[in-house]
Design a protein around this ligand. Structure first.
Ligand code: F6P
Length: 336
């Protein structure tokens, strides 16, 4: 007979993402509405090591569904990477009587969760973990979507639209660097959404002549007098590309690094709804005695993927969307 789940922990770890609070809310509400206690662990895994936690009830998570950031704070914990650090974390789990933990974050968060669960099993402790993918980068291999990506895209699109106004007035070239760490999902999605002249992503080796100079020249021939270039931070430095454009084309681009503004803001409906469904599913998994899985999105549906398998999955970049971007750019010569 499966031991009844009495208490679960929830934490947020890694880079924060809009929608994390919606996921925390869903975990707490789904658990407490089923008579399961919920403990909020603060500052990611380090909160387990330092016993930094707070009992959460349905009221604790009122009015946070629309708030960016994470009410539980987040941090990256070096100490948790070692077995000794995880032993301290396990002591807290035992003290709290946790039957399971919902870990909201990225691949690194999930690797830590799996290591903790395995170390618990070595001590005869049954501690099941469930991962919820949350990062604005959308670069988690097992999931077609990660919480925060849509909100970050909307934030970046709003910023680029504003930049375009002034670039159009001054007939200038704008280079906009967006986040994504090592992935180009944000850059390509935003590039298509703003009708960028060019988009540089780490998944496609940058050829300065082909990917920037030729595109600006063609746009110029098509009668365009301002140019929007989106640069993924993993595809090089917008400042460096600006210097090269100045040298090659004699124009004086303006550079904007959007940076951490993409990490904040009220989560979009898509992120709130996705986070709510993922939080609900994570509690269902634990309540039914399952776990050590990631609640992922595949082809628009929520699926539970065994955590070790999930951590080995690789997401193939949708390069076909790059063709869409190029096909829709105003780069034909004038119709004579
Ligand atoms: O992983 C999310 C992310 O925002 C990346 O896009 C970015 O490169 C990184 O975090 C920034 O990390 P930090 O917030 O630690 O500076």
């Amino acid at each position: 007979m499966e031991k009844q789940v009495k208490r679960i922990g929830v934490l947020t770890s890694g880079g924060d993402a809009p929608g994390m609070n919606a996921a925390v809310r869903a975990v707490v509400r789904a658990a407490t509405n089923q008579g399961i206690d919920c403990v909020g662990i603060r500052r990611g895994w380090s909160g387990l090591i330092s016993s930094d936690f707070v009992t959460l009830n349905a009221a604790s998570v009122s009015h946070i569904i629309n708030k960016g950031g994470t009410m539980l704070y987040t941090a990256r914990s070096q100490e948790f990477m070692d077995a000794a650090g995880r032993d301290k974390a396990l002591a807290t789990c035992k003290l709290l009587g946790l039957d399971g933990i919902v870990a909201i974050g990225g691949d690194g968060t999930f690797r830590g969760a799996l290591a903790l669960s395995r170390q618990a099993a070595e001590h005869g402790i049954n501690l099941r973990v469930v991962g919820i993918p949350a990062t604005i980068d959308n670069d988690i291999g097992c999931s077609h979507y990660t919480i925060g990506f849509d909100t970050a895209c909307n934030t970046a699109v709003e910023c680029v639209d504003k930049l375009r106004d002034t670039m159009q007035s001054h007939e200038r070239c704008s280079l906009v660097e967006v986040m994504g760490r090592h992935a180009g999902y944000l850059a390509l999605y935003v590039g298509i959404s703003v009708g960028a002249t060019a988009v540089l992503i780490p998944e496609r080796e940058v050829d300065f002549e082909r990917d920037i100079v030729e595109k600006i020249r063609r746009a110029r021939l098509a009668g365009t007098t301002h140019y929007m270039v989106i640069v993924a931070e993993g595809a090089g430095s917008a400042m460096e590309y600006s210097r090269q454009i100045h040298e090659e084309l004699g124009i004086d681009p303006r550079v904007t690094v959007l940076g951490h503004i993409q990490r904040g803001g009220s989560p979009s409906a898509r992120d709130r709804e996705t986070a709510s469904r993922m939080g609900y599913e994570s509690v269902r998994v634990l309540r039914e005695g399952e776990g050590n899985c990631v609640v992922a999105i595949q082809d628009g549906r929520i699926v539970d993927i065994e955590m070790e398998e999930a951590l080995q999955m690789v997401k193939h970049f949708q390069m076909d969307r790059y063709q869409v971007l190029e096909a829709l750019t105003n780069s034909r010569g004038p119709d004579f």
